[in-house]
Write a protein that binds this ligand. Structure first.
Ligand SMILES: N[C@@H](CCC(=O)N[C@@H](CS)C(=O)NCC(=O)O)C(=O)O
Length: 219
């Protein structure tokens, strides 16, 4: 065992990012599977409530993107960032865009649905932004097998756990965030390169012990 510990909750998109990164690097870690209703162990180790959290022999990192950067430093081979500085910067720009821009509409829709009187015009505008992003991903995959090139990168690990809901949603998955992703990212056969990438990504190794939606129950 590597001495790494990953704090997780079942079916977490951000935990799956780290699980894919560790799977790619062939690094094992102990998974501390937490109850989503009891954040105490997560708070105790990291001082905040969100997963994933990585405990690397006492060095604690929260936030999936920061964790992946840390893993890259600790276990550089095989890499998740290109060696070329410009392409490495592009990878960071993509991950930052995905986190700060792409993720906003689904999160905002979830918030709006919680409001006393949801603004359905706003929800439709946000949903249209989500649908429009599918064409971008399809174009990024034109002539190459991964989002930013031939090799798997941190960009693929960041995006896959969210985009996969456009292809698969389990009937028994009642997490509203997942349903929002599934509803507004539905590929419906219109994005062949993206669909092929999702299937290849889904076949990749992941850290054992992390719970992601299994292939059964796909639509
Ligand atoms: N920016 C953080 C976001 C982490 C996050 O939102 N994690 C979710 C699970 S995917 C969580 O713990 N949510 C709290 C909750 O469900 O109560 C990251 O990338 O790791």
């Amino acid at each position: 065992m590597s001495g790494l510990r990953v704090y997780a909750i079942p079916f977490s998109t951000n935990v799956e990012r780290v699980a894919l990164a560790l799977g790619h690097k062939g690094v094992e870690a102990e998974v501390v599977m937490c109850d989503p209703a009891d954040r105490e162990p997560i708070r105790e180790v990291s001082g905040q409530d969100l997963v994933p959290v990585l405990d690397d022999e006492g060095f604690v990192v929260a936030d999936s993107s920061r964790i992946i950067e840390h893993l890259e430093e600790r276990f550089p081979d095989p890499p998740l960032f290109p060696a070329d500085p410009a392409r490495r910067a592009e990878t960071r720009v993509f991950v930052d865009w995905f986190n700060r821009v792409w993720k906003v509409p689904p999160n905002r829709i979830e918030e709006e649905l919680d409001a006393d009187a949801p603004d359905h015009v706003l929800i439709e505008a946000l949903a249209a932004e989500m649908r429009a992003s599918l064409a971008l991903f399809e174009e990024l995959l034109e002539g190459r097998s991964h989002l930013l090139g031939e090799e798997l990168s941190a960009a693929d690990c960041a995006a896959f756990p969210f985009l996969k809901y456009g292809l698969w949603l389990r009937d028994d998955d009642d997490e509203r965030f997942h349903r929002i992703l599934a509803e507004h990212l539905a590929l419906d056969g219109g994005y062949p390169r993206l669909e092929d990438w999702l299937r290849r990504m889904d076949d990749r190794p992941r850290l054992a012990g992390v719970i992601v939606h299994p292939p059964t129950g796909r639509r």
